[in-house]
Design a protein. Structure first.
Length: 131
């Protein structure tokens, strides 16, 4: 599939597949504490997600593994999004005072295929920071 790029929101970008299926979302969040490790940042984010919407949803990491993105230490997780009712892949890294996240966005089908995961991995393998 061909992909288009939507960067209309600050600090985020979305790659949209031409077939209207899944997407790749990339975003960054400025951290309040530069000294936090990536693990600490994700632990705090998980707690915040569990408490969102009065705690009525149970979002959680199904699996976690260490990896590299742009030669930087990263964490790749298979996550369950309870409110949406699907599992997705998220890869996180910390660079400077920012948390970067790359997510395989699930389209109307509610699932991703091995081919979608290959495209996701290929895109991540090309990430480079210019500053």
């Amino acid at each position: 599939a061909d992909w288009t790029f939507d960067d209309s929101f600050p600090d985020s970008a979305t790659f949209l597949s031409s077939d209207g299926g899944n997407t790749l979302n990339a975003y960054r969040t400025k951290l309040g504490n530069k000294k936090q490790t990536l693990g600490e940042v994700l632990k705090a984010q998980d707690k915040q997600n569990r408490e969102a919407m009065g705690g009525q949803y149970n979002d959680y990491a199904i699996s976690t593994k260490k990896t590299k993105v742009a030669k930087l230490a990263a964490i790749r997780r298979l996550e369950h999004a309870d409110a949406a009712g699907f599992d997705t892949i998220q890869t996180y890294l910390k660079k400077g005072n920012y948390l970067y996240a790359f997510a395989l966005g699930i389209g109307p089908s509610g699932f991703y295929t091995p081919e979608d995961e290959k495209v996701y991995d290929k895109i991540l393998s090309t990430v480079k920071f210019t500053k």
